[in-house]
Design a protein around this ligand. Structure first.
Ligand code: ASP
Length: 371
């Protein structure tokens, strides 16, 4: 999908820190022509996603039309999340998401509506591409917040949502390579392992010949998407949707479906979402913490950085070298936005769409634990 309104923006962000980079990862402008420079203002409506890639940009652009027409933030975040869930190339969400250690794709998702202070979520949901929409059904059609496992699939069945195989060739190959390489103490190995090991026999149970990182092998990966919005009415909504940590233990549930961990929305303040190692996010109630920091007057950018520091400080006496791989995104009711991670490599980005146009925002990376 093309982005007719892609813009090249640089300047002072609405956030307190971080930078705006190209509105689109490959900005198009005539060579030699200087980029348009202007400050992005904090305006509402606004919609953001932690996905800065082309699909993330497409998602906020498409969902923006709902907000521009005076529609609800809740509908906009669902539209945006659904687009990302459908991308088969994205190995962290919905279709094509990476499976667990049994080769089964189990999705987690949550939704929260600031207007009604309602929330819904599903966890370990299988064979259902739009986990976020099932979470919305939990929120709107039941008095519960969370439905998990096979019961979540049965719940989707009851609404006529068809089962769908989410495995793509790419994710199947990634799983097979991971299974062949992840341990030297099992019987899995690539097809030619007897040859590449110089003829040594790898008998059952020995795992001999399983290379530690086969060519093209799939490493352990993180990935999730958060979609957060404020509509023209000032109402706030958010979604977090994911296939969770790759190769997770069957039945493991991450932070994404847990309200306050992977997602939190407060209609008086704003919204926050998390990606990364869900175990840290659950323990720190990170999204709730970020929103509460914003309630105390911190900007979205500052509040995201506060949450990173909170986690780092908790690990200080346990493992001072631990670098949490979390990425936090947030928006407030004024239309300010922020994004931060600890910074294993590079800086974090997110896609932002508001009345100023589409941009990819560069947040901050805290490379050294502080304090
Ligand atoms: N937070 C997700 C989980 O722990 C995974 C991720 O964001 O990478 O399941």
């Amino acid at each position: 999908m093309s982005l007719p309104r892609r813009q090249f923006l640089k300047g002072t962000a609405a956030a307190s820190a971080g930078a705006l980079v190209a509105g689109g990862l490959t900005p198009s402008r005539a060579s030699g022509e200087p980029p348009a420079r202007r400050a992005a203002s904090a305006t509402t409506p606004i919609i953001i996603t932690s996905h800065e890639n082309q699909t993330g940009q497409n998602a906020v652009e498409e969902a923006w039309s709902i907000l521009a027409d005076g529609g609800m933030a809740l509908d906009a975040v669902e539209r945006g999340a659904n687009i990302i869930e459908l991308d088969p190339e994205d190995m962290s969400v919905g279709m094509g998401g990476l499976p667990n250690d049994q080769g089964v794709i189990q999705l987690d998702a949550s939704i929260m509506d600031g207007r009604t202070y309602n929330a819904g979520s599903v966890a370990a949901l299988e064979n259902t591409v739009h986990a976020s929409s099932v979470a919305r059904l939990v929120m709107e059609r039941t008095d519960h917040v969370m439905i998990v496992g096979p019961a979540a699939r049965e719940f989707a069945d009851s609404f006529g949502i068809p089962e769908q195989d989410l495995m793509t060739d790419r994710t199947r190959q990634a799983f097979l390579r991971w299974r062949e390489a992840h341990s030297e103490n099992d019987d899995w190995g690539p097809p030619d392992h007897l040859i590449t090991q110089g003829g040594e026999q790898g008998g059952p149970g020995s795992g001999a010949g399983a290379p530690s990182s086969p060519e093209g092998g799939a490493d352990f990966t993180y990935g999730t998407t958060n979609v957060l919005a404020v509509d023209a009415n000032g109402d706030v909504a958010g979604i977090t949707t994911t296939s969770g940590l790759s190769w997770k233990i069957n039945g493991r549930i991450g932070d994404s479906p847990i309200i306050g961990a992977g997602l939190y929305v407060d209609n008086d303040v704003g919204a926050a979402g998390a990606t990364g190692r869900g175990e840290d996010v659950i323990k720190s109630c990170a999204s709730f913490y970020i929103v509460m920091r914003m309630r105390e007057g911190r900007s979205p950018q500052e509040a995201c950085e506060d949450a990173i520091q909170l986690i780092v400080e908790k690990y200080r006496n346990v493992n001072p070298d631990f670098v949490p791989p979390e990425k936090f995104v947030a928006i407030n009711k004024a239309g300010e936005f922020g994004c931060a991670w600890m910074g294993i490599s590079g800086t974090p980005h997110m896609s932002v769409r508001n009345g100023d146009g589409l941009l990819v925002y560069e947040g901050t990376a805290s490379l050294q634990p502080q304090g």
